[in-house]
Design a protein around this ligand. Structure first.
Ligand code: SF4
Length: 402
């Protein structure tokens, strides 16, 4: 068994997740000082940005962006707030945006309004002379933070000791993971997947070894396994807080799918009970959910798919249709604004944005843009060369499966 050099712990991003949950629908930005008053631990920023009004921030972001012109491209994930997404040159989910980053020949700098693992992926896929900036360096992802490198290295060592180190198990990691895990997959004949191709990549993984370690989201892994016909008694959960992940050697040898015990703090809020309540209130409602939701929620939904799938399904739906949506509320609110002829609402009656996406406050965007205007690169994301090479292998294996 691997010798532990540290104690696993609950990530701060998970602990702070509920800081911005509220009962009203809208989430208008306030000054950074007002937002930080709820006691979140975000990156320090020069005092001059703390008390700027939202209007002043908006005006100055516009000026800085115009000054920088094509040398800077702003990428905005769908889960970003309205005050940020309005400045995005491109919007998309994590994978689309990373692909976009790879095709931006003109941009010297890519300002990634998303979370840390996305900026890392952009760094791996963009060219070596481009610089990738994350406006708030503490914008992690609670799911990615549940699989720190030391824990995954220990788990991999344990799994190889039990299952053999030649093809006993294939590591597959969801895009929502740190670059080091993507690299581990690259050098151990594994691959990366997204929520839209997880089944295809998992099927490929089973062809390699007959057994898959799926990281870091147990729910996406379980939902995908079930979709592929793998019974629950052939799945085990790897709990990094326990020796051998909480499993016996026999359980591991018998498993087809080993699921890392991670989850998305946003998507695990959606429940079968919320779906039932929505159906009772609106008998014609269609329920659409993301596969990071728990199995019972996915079972009860009418449609299940990635962020891009949810967007196109609702955008293409006929006028008058009704949708209860199990995904991040900023995206759901935007879909409702853009489709006024349809009834669209978030399944969760409490408005809980992804608190790590929410860390990209307009003050941080302004700070990094004005830094660039003054010739200073703030919050550049870099990935060590060897990690980039190995992670790229795992990403390329996924891309080859199209
Ligand atoms: S929605 Fe979930 S998986 Fe996506 S960035 Fe937020 S915490 Fe991470």
């Amino acid at each position: 068994m691997a010798t532990r050099t540290h104690q696993p712990s609950i990530p701060l991003t998970e602990i702070e997740q509920s800081a911005f949950c509220r009962t009203e629908d809208q989430l208008p930005a306030k000054s950074l000082a007002e937002e930080q008053a709820v006691n979140v631990r975000w990156q320090d920023i020069p005092a001059q940005y703390l008390h700027c009004s939202v209007e002043e921030l908006d005006q100055r972001i516009g000026i800085a962006k115009k000054t920088l012109g094509k040398s800077v491209t702003i990428l905005g994930h769908h889960y970003q707030r309205e005050e940020i997404i309005k400045y995005a040159d491109f919007q998309g989910d994590s994978f689309l945006l990373s692909q976009e980053a790879a095709s931006l020949a003109e941009a010297e700098c890519i300002v990634f309004c998303g979370v840390h693992f996305m900026a890392e992926t952009a760094c791996i896929l963009s060219s070596s002379n481009q610089r990738v900036i994350l406006p708030n360096i503490t914008a992690g992802c609670s799911m990615a933070d549940m699989a720190p490198m030391e824990d995954v290295d220990d788990a991999w060592e344990d799994l190889e000791s039990v299952l053999g180190n030649r093809g006993g198990i294939t590591p597959i990691t969801y895009m929502n993971s740190i670059a080091g895990i993507k690299a581990l997959c690259g050098r151990n004949n594994g691959a990366v997947c997204t929520s839209s191709n997880a089944d295809k990549v998992m099927e490929w993984g089973f062809q390699q070894s007959g057994r898959v370690l799926f990281l870091p989201d147990q729910h996406l892994g379980r939902n995908t396994g079930l979709k592929m016909g793998i019974p629950l008694d052939k799945m085990v959960v790897w709990d990094p807080f326990k020796a051998m992940g909480g499993n016996t050697t026999e359980q591991l040898a018998n498993a087809k799918l080993v699921l890392w015990k991670g989850h998305c703090s946003v998507h695990t809020r959606f429940s079968a009970g919320q779906i039932q309540a929505a159906r009772e209130r609106y008998p014609d409602i269609k329920v659409i959910a993301h596969p990071e939701c728990p199995m019972e929620t996915v079972d009860a939904a009418d449609f299940v798919g990635s962020t891009e799938f949810i967007r196109s399904m609702i955008n293409d739906a006929p006028a008058g249709s009704q949708w209860a949506v199990g995904t991040e509320v900023s995206l759901v609110n935007r879909l409702a604004i853009n489709n006024p002829d349809k009834l669209i609402f978030c399944l969760d009656p409490v408005t809980c944005p992804c608190s790590t996406m929410y860390r990209i406050h307009p003050a941080y965007l302004l700070w990094v843009l004005e830094g660039l205007v003054g010739g200073k690169v703030i919050n550049e994301i870099t990935v060590p060369e060897q990690t980039q090479v190995e992670a790229r292998v795992a990403l390329d294996r996924m891309l080859a499966l199209k």
